[in-house]
Each structure stands twice: as C-alpha cells, then as structure tokens.
Design a protein around this ligand. Structure first.
Ligand code: FAD
Length: 435
C-alpha cells in the first residue's frame, strides 16, 4: 500500500465515515477512506429511512436530480400493534410532506445510497480504498498514528484516524475507549428486499406516484420479543425486516430468521407482499444501549463516529442522521486540528463539545434510561399490544351487545391483564425514562 502520509484516515465507508470524509476533503485535507466491502454499501444494512435535513446539511440536494440515490419520498408513517391475527394501527400522513419544501424523509437502499455518497467524497478529492479491512490502530507514545490493514505492507500513517466502522467496534475497544456491547445493548435484525411492480406498491399502500410509506410493527411482529419490525416502500421493492434484542433472542432460543418468516405470514402483512420476489436477504446488529453504552469519542489522534460510538436513537428509528451529523462534526474538528497543527485530545475534545451542542447528544441523553426501562419491562411488547387488540376487537364487533356492556367487558379485560396500579406504574416509569 502507499507510503504516502495522509492528514486523516477514515475507517469505514458508511454514512458516518463518508460524511466525515466529505467535510474534510472539501476543506482541502488529504483524506483516505478504508472500506472492507467490495464497494461502499456492499455489506451495509438499514431499513432504511434517511432524513432530509441532516443529510442535506452534508450532501446538499441529495434527493434531487436523476442521479439521486433516494427511492421514495415518505408522506405517511404508521405504527401497528399486532397479535397473531390482527393489527391495530395509528399513523400520520400530511400533504405538507408531499410538497418539496416539506419533504422530510426518504427511503434508500444502502448499496445505492452509500455508493452515491462515496462518489461525492471522491469528487471532493478523497481516496477510497475498498476490499481492505483495518485490523488494528497503530499507537505510538499513547497516540493513534495510523492503521494496520489486511493488505501486505498495509500500514498507513496519518495525523488523525476517524473510526467509523459501525456497530462492531473492535478498534474502539482496542484503544481502550470503550468495551464490548452487552447482549441487552444490541438488537439483531434480519431484512429482505422483496421486488414488486411500482404500481402495485402504490395501489397496496394507497400512494401517489413516487410517494412512500413506512410501517413500524410491534408485538407479534417480533413474536413477542423486545424489538420492532418494519415495512418500507422503495421504488419497485419493499424492505421488510424485524429485529429483537440479542439477550432476548438468546434467552428464548429464537432464530431471528423465524421472526421474519412469522411476520411475512401474518394475515395483515401477507397481502402487502403477495406475489413479490425476494431479491436480497441480510442480517445486521443495531446498537441499542444508547448514551450509557457510548465509548469515549476522542483521544490523542483519534475520534469515533456513528454506530461505532453507539449513536442510535432506537425510539425514533434514527441512526443514519446521527451517523451523518457526528461524521460532519468530527470532520469540522479535524479541520480545526489541521489549522492548529495539533491533533491531541485537547483539540479533539471540541468534537465532544460539538456533539453536546447538537441534537445528537441532546437526544441520546434524553433517552439515556430508555434501554434499561425497556429491558426491565418486556411485557410492554406483549401485554399492551394484546390488550389494545382485544379491546379493539370487542369495540369493532357489532353483535347486538349494548355499548355499555361492551365498555364494561373491555375494562374487565384490561384489568384482567394488568391492574390499574400496574398500568399507572408503567406510565410513570416510562415518563421517567424519557423526561
Ligand atoms: C435492520 C436495520 C434497520 C435500520 N433502519 C434505519 C432507518 O430506517 N433509519 C435510520 O436512520 N437508521 C436505521 N438503522 C441504523 C443505521 O443503519 C445506522 O445507524 C447507520 O448505518 C450507521 O452508520 P455508520 O456509518 O456509523 O455505520 P455503518 O453503516 O455500519 O458503516 C460502517 C462501515 O464500516 C465498514 N467497516 C467495518 N469494519 C471495518 C474495518 N475493520 N475496516 C474497514 N471497513 C470496516 C463497513 O463495511 C461499513 O461500510 C438501521 C439499522 C439496521 C441494522
């Protein structure tokens, strides 16, 4: 590999690494991105919804023009609570999301989206090397000074290394910034891309041309395990997936693939995917530990961005935006470090400060106790969906029973599953976890 020295080496060409590289390359820094996949996005998995504003903050107008990597503009989003044969849905759709100035989020396919971002990064002057795994960070006198790669003579040196390697944060652990994730701090997710004609998707999801919809599914969708499932519309395919905490999958001995197969057979889901052909199958981990699971994000000569720093807000299905924003903030800090000629942790602490000032750490801090709350209260994913569905079934069934009797039956059914005291306690604990 090249003997050349770089200003910055970025490990991983996902949204976090590419946002960092783009920010720095635009400012004239000499940047190299090392990616283990055959190309950026080759190995990457996401639902995947990307959010307009944080993404265009780095890649302006990414959603416009013929070469745009986006699939559909999302105009409505729903949440389904599920039992074995029914779904209770709530959702929000808005005409404002249909007008260009109101575009809010888009579906993407990572193979296309990551390659598109990588092309922008290369155009800005950075080098991207694929099919190369960073195996170690090279340290000298307690400072990170480069990376060791899977290639022969593959050591590379730089003033700064940005670790953007995603959820498997081995390099972060290696330099003592963080520890391995616990099984309760990560979800394992499986996903399929199912091809369907464009018009069929628009008919089934009640969409106009080019519009998109998302559905998050809770309850039986993950066979009662703590987790969620999703169905998102792409141009001519659906992304369908499900994920549950690794700790739960291990405890209950469930194969994650069975969760997805079970979901695809659900009577409310089956008609949405009927006649579709599975084009891709993939599995990936999602960091779920939140703020308490975060490593230290900087040290002498190194910064950590995106999933490698556990920056995912699972409650709101946000990860790509935290990755892109953290990448940008690390990039800005690197530019400052170059100007000062100082890559010590003192200068790089500005990255932490920038994160604190942004929505990234504000949100992660706000939800810092949520993963404990969810881990300690697994019944939220079983009893509450069951309760809502049983009550809805009673109310929706017109069978000559007077409404007063129906309401009493619903009330008795709710009380038989969880007492009013237990419900109040759950609500209070939930409020405390996010207040
Ligand atoms: C099933 C699923 C659904 C999701 N849905 C959504 C969603 O709808 N919306 C959303 O905002 N977020 C979603 N997320 C989360 C989102 O995908 C991540 O938060 C985001 O991709 C993180 O970006 P990143 O760049 O930090 O990491 P990644 O996207 O994981 O990229 C890391 C890159 O580093 C490379 N790499 C790893 N190790 C090495 C190494 N040693 N050497 C060289 N290269 C290496 C990888 O190949 C990869 O290209 C989802 C995640 C999953 C798994």
């Amino acid at each position: 590999m090249s003997e050349e020295r770089f200003d910055v080496i970025v490990v991983g060409a996902g949204p976090a690494g590419l946002a960092a590289a783009y920010t720095m390359a635009q400012a004239g820094l000499e940047v190299i991105v090392i990616e283990r996949g055959d190309y950026p996005g080759a190995k990457n998995v996401m639902g995947g919804v990307v959010y307009r504003r944080p993404t265009e903050d780095v890649f302006p107008d990414f959603w416009q023009g013929k070469s745009s990597p986006v699939e559909r503009n999302i105009v409505k989003q729903s949440l389904w609570l599920m039992n074995k044969d029914a779904a209770f849905s709530i959702g929000y759709g808005s005409a404002q999301f249909k007008a260009e100035e109101g575009y809010n989020a888009f579906t993407v396919l990572r193979a296309k989206f990551d390659q598109w971002m990588a092309a922008q990064v290369e155009e800005a002057g950075a080098i991207i090397i694929n099919e190369t795994t960073v195996t170690d960070l090279i340290m000298e006198h307690g400072k990170v000074v480069g990376v060791r790669t899977s290639r022969d003579d593959g050591d590379l040196y730089a003033d700064l290394v940005i670790v953007a390697q995603g959820v498997n944060n081995l390099l972060v652990q290696q330099v003592g910034l963080g520890v391995d994730l616990k099984a309760s701090q990560a979800a394992v997710a499986v996903k399929e891309i199912i091809a369907l004609p464009t018009g069929v998707i628009e008919d089934r999801f009640n969409l106009e041309k080019g519009e998109g919809a998302t559905i998050e599914l809770v309850g039986e969708s993950t066979m009662g395990l703590t987790g969620t499932a999703f169905i998102y519309t792409n141009k001519d395919s659906l992304s369908i997936g499900a994920g549950a905490l690794v700790s739960q999958v291990q405890q209950k001995g469930v194969n994650p693939n069975d969760i997805l197969e079970n979901l695809k057979e659900h009577p409310m889901v089956k008609p949405l995917i009927a006649g579709g052909e599975t084009k891709e199958y993939m599995a990936h981990l999602i960091p779920e530990g939140g703020y308490h699971a975060m490593p230290k994000v900087y040290a002498d000569g190194v910064m950590v961005v995106g999933d490698a720093a556990q920056m995912v807000n699972g409650m709101h299905r946000e990860g790509s935006n935290l990755a892109i924003t953290s990448g940008k903030l690390a990039g800005l800090t690197a530019i400052e470090a170059k100007e000062r000629g100082d890559y010590s942790s003192k200068t790089l602490s500005r990255y932490q400060q920038r994160l604190e000032e942004s929505f990234v750490l504000k949100d992660l801090k706000k939800y810092r106790n949520l993963s404990h709350f969810i881990d300690d209260n697994t019944h939220l994913f079983t009893e509450y969906p069951e309760m809502v569905l049983a009550a809805s079934h009673e109310l929706m069934t017109v069978d000559g029973t007077p409404k007063g009797d129906k309401f009493k039956a619903m009330f008795d059914m709710v009380k038989s599953k969880r007492s009013l005291w237990q419900i109040t306690t759950d609500l209070y604990k939930g409020w405390r976890a996010v207040k």
